[in-house]
Design a protein around this ligand. Sequence first.
Ligand code: ADP
Ligand code: MG
Length: 539
Amino acid sequence: MAGQLGGQPIIILREGTERIHGREALSGNIMAAKAVAGAVRSTLGPKGMDKMLVGGSITITNDGATILKEMEIVHPAARMLIEVAKTMDDEVGDGTTTAAVLTGELLECSESLLNQGVHPTIIAHGYRMAAEKAIELLDGITHTITENDDEALINIALTAMTGKGAEASKDKLSKIVVSAIKSIVDEEDGKKVVDINNIKIEKKVGSSLDDCALIEGVILNKDKAHHNMPDKVKDAKIALITRPIEFSKMELEAEIKISTPGELQKYLDQEEQIVKDIVDRIAATGANVVLCQLGIEELAQHFFAKANILAVERVERNDMDKLIRATGAKLITSVDDFSSSDIGTAGLVEITGHGDDKFLNIKECSNPRAVSILIRGGTEHVVDSTERALEDALRAVGTAVEDGKLVAGAGSAEIELALRLREYASTLSGREQLAVLRFADAVEVIPKALAENSGLDPIDMLVELRSQHEKGNKDGGLNVFTGKVENMWDNGVIEPLRIKTQAILSATEAAVMILRIDDLLAGTGMPDMGGMPGMPGMM
Ligand code: ADP
Ligand code: MG
């Protein structure tokens, strides 16, 4: 690549660098992003189709986030959509398809403006204005609820799970989700905080979805350390120990010299005594269950078994955190310094399962602030898709409890936004007005795709939706099961407001970022652009 100065070529870029400039670069980027959005569009909504992802293993899913994650997209502009999905996943845990589809449509809608000669920066500016206005407008259709509004929370769970392959028992699952979230809500500075990490999901293929259960406590895929220990402890008093219970790992100051067999025996006796002392002191706190983050040596296991204590070794650190919240125990970080006040409680601790598949159940906790959900299902596919559906529902309900703000789904929020954004556009002058109008068109892609995916005519549906909203039916959405425009709030199809705000913010940001790129440089050491130019073969 070279410039020209007084006839003398000036080398600017390393040899072999590929460069695509201006409109050509922009068109290529838009095309790539649209292709990715197009790939997930058909999965949107309760009637969305599934995708079969064939890699190392086969996954069948209609979960946008999973599809985007596994598509192994290499095109840099297309990868922005994965970033969008990831942000959605991190911030709200749902709405990934919505955000990716919206990004694609914002770009699609920008093309006609670009063709008319509107500069990309003007479009970018107009889109930003529209997004800002949209966030403000969403306020006007927000419903507020409290943490105790069970019916609304259950509807949020149901809406998030619809179409995710957990249909058969979604009534039961939605109740599990709501109870789980309600037991882990924290209050920080007067604000509700929900940390999903306090809900442990344990999967087990076998039995059926009807046997999915909420456990008031923690289930771990773990067995007891020694076969002579009890399998079942009622009124459990639980010690959580982060130190290894091993003689060799104990910090002993004394130096030991052995020169005769007698001294060796004495040393061994002493070792036994020290280990026994520790077990005795733990038992003296009243503990009858010992959960250790590290190893428990055989001798100690033996003494625990003799004392009828159920001990489990190598419990993971993040599980220890859940156990603290579930049982009220405090971590014991030194084998020299602990007391009965560090001990937690549970109504029942029990080992279940067979063979290599043993579960340690710490349940019937009196005020558990960490709980578990056990997923059962006939096949691995059922178990996995139930897990994905549950995760979406947990995050959606968690977000709703934190914010207390909801909107009706089924495209109703988007139609209302489009209508009001068009009104807003008419107050603007200049080319930004055109961009805001195109933004309004773009958000309608959500009801449009919901209609398409349900075999309904998208044009007829949009016309009907718009007319209902003009009449003031703010919650009018597309009931994909009846094929009619109905009040979707009353129908219980509701979503956290944050899904909508975050989808608009993320999609706008990604679209704007792509619009502002006018140069693509690819050389060695730069990301693969999937075979520039035109980037065919990206999917
Ligand atoms: P995302 O990854 O964006 O969450 P989904 O496939 O979960 O994608 O689809 C979400 C969309 O489906 C939302 O717009 C939501 O309002 C809509 N939706 C959910 N349940 C229904 C329903 N019963 N009728 C119509 N639309 C629904
Ligand atoms: Mg969803």
